[in-house]
Design a protein around this ligand. Structure first.
Ligand code: PMP
Length: 290
């Protein structure tokens, strides 16, 4: 991924893609003191850009460091990266981490770095293919207890078990894994939140012990605008027997229907299709009113 054309915003400068490098003794690499964002631009506009910039700063604060750029500066940097990329539709990846001055658990004075890259990440499937639904395994690892880790932070370290879980799922032929929380309730996927439909009502796990996705919040709003009731609650895995539809949400995943989770089966249907379409309409830049 490092050998390609392009320009990356790196600590305030626009740097050629291949030269955007860091030292091997970076604290972020050794101790996971790193936070990031994943966002998409549609038609030249980054969807909910401000929310992502605010979350990046908040994620860092939860790891006890400050991103050395104000929200407005992050916004301007992302806009510059997108413009320079020449892409209308793109995925943006801001990442902030502790630098290399001190190499130990404590690194109070280390410089905080910020880099922002943008690249093409299309939704690979057309709507008809997507409606077949993806298959999910159930992960062995649980999401950590909020007393164990700062679970509201989009922190690199929290993705270690996500990568292991996703690899295990892929090696068994699944697209991804559903992760349970520390009390064995349904939590989220390795990079997306999850929703279920039962008798016309949407159910989604309460997001107080894993990432409360910006897409999740958007889809809850969209559903309520359609008059669909949304209940945020603890969901036991066995309840999945009674759910008719299931989909996952995320900036990268958008709204993706699910057909299978372990032994449970779902049929992507009208509510999933409506919210997929509503989401794709919502992310498009609106024509400015005269
Ligand atoms: N959970 C995890 C673990 C994620 O990585 C993501 C993707 N950022 C999400 C949920 C969904 O978050 P969002 O809708 O803000 O992209």
């Amino acid at each position: 991924f490092d050998e390609r054309e392009g320009t990356i915003w790196f600590d305030g400068a626009m740097v050629p893609w291949r030269e955007a490098k860091i030292h091997v003794l970076s604290h972020g690499l050794h101790y996971g003191s790193s936070v990031f964002e994943g966002e998409r631009a549609y038609g030249g506009r980054i969807f909910k850009s401000l929310e992502h910039s605010r979350r990046l700063r908040r994620s860092a604060e939860l790891l006890d460091f400050q991103v050395p750029y104000a929200v407005e500066e992050i916004e301007a940097a992302k806009a510059l990266v997108l413009k320079t990329s020449g892409l209308q539709d793109a995925y943006l990846r801001p990442v902030a981490w502790r630098g290399s001055e001190m190499m130990g658990v404590s690194a109070q004075g280390n410089t905080i770095h910020l880099a922002i890259a943008a690249w093409e990440w299309p939704s690979y499937f057309d709507a008809a293919t997507k409606m077949k639904g993806i298959r999910l395994d159930i992960a062995d690892y649980r999401r950590p207890d909020p007393r164990t880790a700062p679970c509201a932070s989009k922190a690199a370290g929290l993705y270690m078990i996500c990568t292991i879980s996703k690899h295990r799922a892929e090696n068994k032929g699944y697209a991804d894994a559903l992760m349970l929380d520390f009390e064995d309730n349904v939590a989220e996927c390795t990079g997306a939140n999850v929703f279920f439909l039962e008798d016309g009502v949407l159910h989604t796990p309460r997001a107080d012990r894993f990432l409360d996705g910006i897409t999740r919040q958007t889809v809850i709003d969209l559903a309520r605008r359609r008059g669909i009731e949304v209940v945020e609650r603890r969901i036991r895995p066995e309840e999945m027997t009674g759910f008719s539809e299931c989909f996952i949400t995320g900036s990268a995943a958008e709204v993706t229907p699910v057909s299978e989770i372990g032994p449970y089966r779902f049929t992507p249907g009208a509510v999933t299709k409506t919210l997929m379409d509503d989401y794709l309409a919502e992310v498009q830049p609106k024509a400015q009113a005269a």
